[in-house]
Design a protein around this ligand. Sequence first.
Ligand SMILES: [Zn+2]
Length: 81
Amino acid sequence: MSTAQCFNCDIVHQDVEMRSFDWDMRPRQKDLSRGHTGGLTTFEVDLCPHCYSQVEDQSVSGWDWWDAFDVLSSHFTYEQS
Ligand SMILES: [Zn+2]
């Protein structure tokens, strides 16, 4: 049995899994000039079931992983405590 850490809430749990999202990779102008073309690919991040349930219908865009995670993280909701 293996455990992983949720990238959003930092919980470590056996149900944390690698989740995949459609990623519309959009190169920046300077990347285009280097020959990168972008396109539809897959964005992967470790998330717990609770966090994943908030974003499972989302897709992301952006040029690099952090850019894409920014888009995804804007869809997380947090309960008021
Ligand atoms: Zn989580």
